[in-house]
Ligand binder design. Structure first.
Ligand code: SAH
Length: 490
């Protein structure tokens, strides 16, 4: 390989290059720049798995007009931002892309991503209190960067993916059975995880126990190509604030005898399990949702708390997967909303009503709007169970519902809290918000790109000032970041 500085024409597909990484890029990648002729416009090369500050050997695998992508072959000099990943499956697993980056650097990157999305969309943050990102809350002594999920879904597969070190070990591996997480981008390949640091040590033990049980009984895992097999997914819910523990075994059909045997096994070996449900999914998709849910023992739900409220969570119900971080996020949203006792608040895209309940004690009334009927039913039940009587929940599509009739019925909002899915809001919904002109808006987002787009659209139509921005990390080691933006009508 030549030691002369790279020029863009070196970036041919298949060519090996040496690169120094400059910055974090989207989705677990870092980027290097290769200067154009005469120092002109640089050419960007993305390298998944590399870290800013690394000097790496990499192979160009994609070359497009404005950028290239290269596969990391060797780290020649490691960045100071690196750390030893805790998990032995890190290289192969799709779960934690940034485990090899020190947490403070991950956090800084996420804060930067959330704020730069807003500025790149042309939003004026001059008057805004832009706060440093809030990191994982230390709730269990691990610093909160591990074991933060209250829900996991492990996949069964008859096509096991072996890691490099599993192959190198020379041991004979059972390649026809895996229980773990998917290799990124491979619907058919699953790692047989003996450890995972996302949920709890207990969860990993349970996964290992269930695998051994299933193999002993010759229960067939899903064959992702032939669509045969009995076992599909092992879902676990382990709430942060109660000792409830749910096992949800997702299978292709209902087999009473097998479920009785499985229940006996859990009661003997994992007596901590408080409820077992069996979801039947006879379709081809490997999802935890199915056409029927049988409760085998226990109440068929778990309870967790956010703030002072307790929520009952069924196997298929939506609930924030990082309970402790959700409390942090909601506290920021509540703070940004500057709530007054006379306020009418609309909680749009309210899911199971967790934000609605969180803010309800500070205001006159909350109206929650949510697409999924079951989530609205959960929200109503939770409000009632927690003695909260000033929340109303409406089921339906925001695009259809969020119209003058809804406002006529429930009153004009002083505050809107919006927390849409990754795709953001429909332009017509943004238009309707601009038309309504509530005094305060709090936009909670899991995707700063769409948040920025929506806010730019809103500001074009109505005079809102961005008062505060708070990025929050709910998912350490992933590229995800939440961002809360507070706005006020000028
Ligand atoms: N605020 C809640 C949920 C946020 S997730 C919480 O903190 O838990 C986004 C929610 O928007 C999901 O519950 C999803 O079902 C809902 N949603 C998605 N599209 C919608 C639409 N068009 N109209 C109403 N709700 C929608």
């Amino acid at each position: 390989m030549s030691t002369a500085p790279l020029i863009p024409s070196d970036l041919k597909r298949g060519r090996e290059v040496v690169l120094t990484l400059e910055a974090f890029a989207d989705r677990g990648k870092s980027l290097a720049r290769v200067a154009g002729p005469d120092g002109g416009r640089g050419y960007v090369v993305f390298v998944p798995g590399a870290v800013p500050g690394d000097r790496v050997r990499a192979r160009v695998i994609k070359r497009k007009k404005g950028f290239a992508e290269a596969r990391l072959l060797e780290v020649l000099e490691g960045s100071d931002l690196r750390t030893e990943p805790r998990c032995e499956y890190f290289d192969a697993c799709g779960g934690c892309k940034w485990q090899h980056v020190q947490y403070p650097a991950q956090l800084a990157m996420k804060g930067e991503a959330a704020v730069s999305a807003l500025t790149r969309a042309g939003l004026d943050l001059g008057a805004a209190d832009v706060r440093p990102p809030m990191g994982a809350a230390d709730h269990d002594g691990s610093g909160g960067v591990y074991f933060y999920r209250n829900k996991m879904e492990f996949s069964f597969s008859a096509m096991r993916w072996l890691t490099d070190w599993e192959i190198a070990s020379g041991e004979a591996h059972d390649k026809d059975f895996a229980l773990g997480l998917h290799v990124p981008g491979r619907f058919d390949k699953v790692l047989d995880l003996k450890a995972c640091y996302l949920q709890s040590e207990w969860s990993a033990r349970l996964v290992n126990g269930v695998r051994a049980f299933a193999k002993r009984h010759h229960w067939a895992p899903l064959h992702p190509r032939e669509h045969s097999g009995y076992l599909k997914i092992l879902g676990l819910r382990t709430p942060a604030h109660t000792d409830d523990k749910m096992v949800n075994l997702v299978t292709s059909h209902y087999d009473e005898e097998r479920m009785a045997a499985f229940a006996d096994f859990l009661k003997a070996d994992f007596p901590e399990v408080t409820t077992l449900v069996n979801t039947i999914n006879s379709g081809v998709a490997q999802t935890a949702y199915g056409e029927a849910v049988h409760t085998i023992f226990g109440p068929g739900l778990v309870r967790d708390r956010i703030g002072p409220h307790t929520f009952e969570i069924a196997s298929n119900a939506f609930f924030q997967t990082n309970t402790v971080a959700a409390e942090v996020l909601y506290a920021v949203a509540k703070d940004f909303a500057s709530l007054q006792p006379t306020d009418v608040v609309y909680d749009l895209y309210c899911g199971a009503g967790t934000i609605s309940l969180f803010v309800a004690d500070a205001v006159e009334k909350v109206v929650g709007v949510e697409l999924v009927e079951e989530a609205v039913e959960n929200a109503r039940a939770s409000a009632e169970a927690n003695g909260v009587d000033n929340c109303t929940f409406v089921a339906g599509d925001m695009l259809e519902l969020f119209k003058p009739e809804l406002i006529d019925e429930h009153g004009r909002p002083d505050v809107l809290i919006v927390d849409p899915p990754r795709a953001g809001m429909h332009p017509k919904v943004v238009g309707q918000i601009a038309h309504l002109r509530p005094e305060r808006i709090v936009y909670v987002s899991c995707n700063p790109q769409t948040q920025a787009r929506d806010l730019a659209m809103l500001q074009e139509a109505a005079a809102y000032t961005i008062e505060a921005v708070q990025p929050v990390d709910m998912f350490p080691h992933t590229h995800h970041v939440e961002s809360v933006v507070g706005l006020r009508l000028a």
